[in-house]
Design a protein around this ligand. Structure first.
Ligand code: PHE
Length: 500
């Protein structure tokens, strides 16, 4: 190929013009098709100019190719008829020149009066009428094969008999182009230090910019579906005027995770089967972080109640409350924040808080459970809140998620009274599904913190995984979270818009 290009450029340089690329291809011993590839590429680089030369000729059909040597059908039929009065029967003639050649040849020979049909002796006999014949059809085919031009009438007749077919093709007249050179120069794509240093950039040819080319997509980070759904939840909360709580503390003391929430120390959820306790450090000394007076009030409400409560009537142990654990719910964060709210300088002010972060439970892992997951939690702390406010806020919140039909079922949490499980009707599944848990924090939790008597807190929680799995059609939680997650799933998953 490169050779062919070289010889073409050489020839063009010597002769200024190649009159017909067809001839040139022949002289190089290559198919014209091959040369056309070279011509096109040189033309694209403006090294040569190619002008079309249209060609036309007749070529023999496959059928005619046979007649070229065997003679035309009419001649074959004529030759098959013996000279003399006896002639030959039609059937015999047919067997001598079988097929279409026999039929066509007989018709032609009769038309040209080479043969005649003698019916005088009963059964018709084919006899010669001409003494000798000249096979003009064969001669015509030979002319076509030799590339000679045909007369119009002859050509039409032969075309009608399907002996010849028209053929069209193109060759090119080649001349030098504006960028003609004996050797193709590869245009540079980059300006190099060397070009600048040597000054060759002045004469160097540069490849044009292709402004239509699509760029290579830049590699970038990808948000995990949980993070996409989380940002939607954040948006909903912030639109509703909620502030995010600091959730960056996975390790908690039992105090904030359980005791502050009026969860008794014998509560089954505190069992190591449900809770991951730390061994190092196993405990947070209560002097660090829990004010003594508050701890005193917590102990007393657990042991003997107060604020209208009878308490649990057991002996509360500081050591139990000091045990370190991986927080089992984000409500641990809420209890810290509510304590802070009750004791901030300037006194209590109403607040709306939310959190979305990781929690840990010592659970058997299956399709829907992992030992760690994420909770979404919201709370409103204000004077005179009622269960009606909770239901109203829940309806607002969940309708922003696209869940418009809610139902509530009485439930139990150690830290809320009343408590309600939240169900939403799924049009898709045609059934009610549990979507969260909620309640009003008990006075046994709020009053020891120092919150005023008329202040109530309504709160609710749900998992981040569940809605994410529904939104992204994932039915095994291990495909969403953990070491088995496919990175391409993370790369490919679409954006999330809740409530749409
Ligand atoms: N902490 C609860 C849970 O783990 C959720 C909840 C939050 C319930 C706030 C009521 C109030 O499921």
């Amino acid at each position: 190929m490169a050779d062919l290009e070289g010889s073409l450029l050489q020839a063009l340089n010597a002769q200024e013009c190649i009159a017909d690329s067809g001839e040139f291809a022949k002289s190089q011993g290559v198919e014209h098709m091959v040369l056309v590839g070279t011509i096109r590429s040189l033309q694209a680089s403006e090294m040569i100019i190619a002008e079309d030369i249209d060609h036309f000729r007749y070529a023999l059909t496959e059928e005619a190719q046979g007649y070229l040597t065997a003679g035309s059908p009419e001649a074959q039929v004529f030759n098959a008829v013996p000279a003399g009065e006896e002639g030959i029967s039609l059937a015999e003639l047919k067997s001598k020149v079988p097929g279409e050649a026999g039929d066509v040849g007989f018709k032609q020979a009769m038309q040209q009066k080479w043969l005649a049909l003698d019916k005088s002796k009963g059964e018709p006999r084919v006899v010669r009428k001409a003494a000798s014949i000249e096979d003009r059809t064969q001669a015509l085919l030979a002319d076509v094969a030799a590339g000679k031009e045909l007369g119009k009438a002859e050509a039409e007749a032969a075309k009608k008999r399907k002996l010849i077919k028209p053929e069209q093709w193109k060759t090119y007249k080649l001349t030098k182009g504006p960028k003609f050179a004996l050797e193709r120069k590869k245009p540079a794509t980059d300006l190099t230090h060397e070009m600048l240093a040597k000054g060759t950039w002045r004469t160097q040819e540069f490849k044009d910019y292709n402004f239509n080319a699509l760029g290579v997509p830049p590699s970038s980070g990808h948000l995990h579906p949980l993070l996409k759904v989380r940002s939607q939840f954040r948006k909903i909360f912030t639109q509703m005027g909620f502030e995010e709580m600091p959730t960056n503390q996975y390790v908690e003391s039992s105090f904030w995770n359980f005791d502050a929430l009026f969860q008794p120390q014998q509560h089954p959820a505190r069992d190591a089967h449900d809770t991951f306790f730390l061994t190092k450090p196993a405990a947070t000394p209560s002097e660090r972080g829990v004010p003594a007076d508050y701890m005193q009030r917590v102990q007393s409400v657990h042991e003997s109640g107060g604020y209208g409560s009878a308490g649990y009537g057991y002996s509360w142990k500081v050591a139990e409350s000091e045990k370190n654990l991986l927080r089992t719910h984000t409500t641990a964060v809420s209890s810290r924040m509510l304590y802070r709210l009750a004791n901030q300088p300037g006194g209590f002010r109403p607040a709306k808080y939310f959190s979305i972060d990781r929690v840990f439970r010592n659970e058997a892992v299956d399709r829907t459970h992992l030992a760690e997951f994420h909770q979404v939690e919201g709370l409103v702390c204000d004077r005179g809140l009622t269960l009606g406010d909770l239901i109203g806020v829940l309806n607002q919140f969940f309708s922003r998620l696209g869940l418009k039909k809610l139902r509530f079922k009485p439930a139990f949490n150690p830290y809320t009274e009343p408590s309600m499980e939240i169900f939403s009707y799924s049009e898709q599944l045609g059934k009610w599904m549990e979507v969260g848990n909620s309640g009003m924090f008990r006075p046994e939790m709020l009053r020891p913190m120092g919150l005023p008597e008329d202040v109530n807190v309504i709160a609710w929680g749900l998992s981040l995984e569940r809605p994410t799995m529904i939104l992204y059609g994932i039915d095994n939680i291990r495909d969403l979270f953990g070491h088995k997650v496919s990175l391409s799933m993370v790369r490919r998953n679409p954006i999330c818009r809740l409530g749409l």
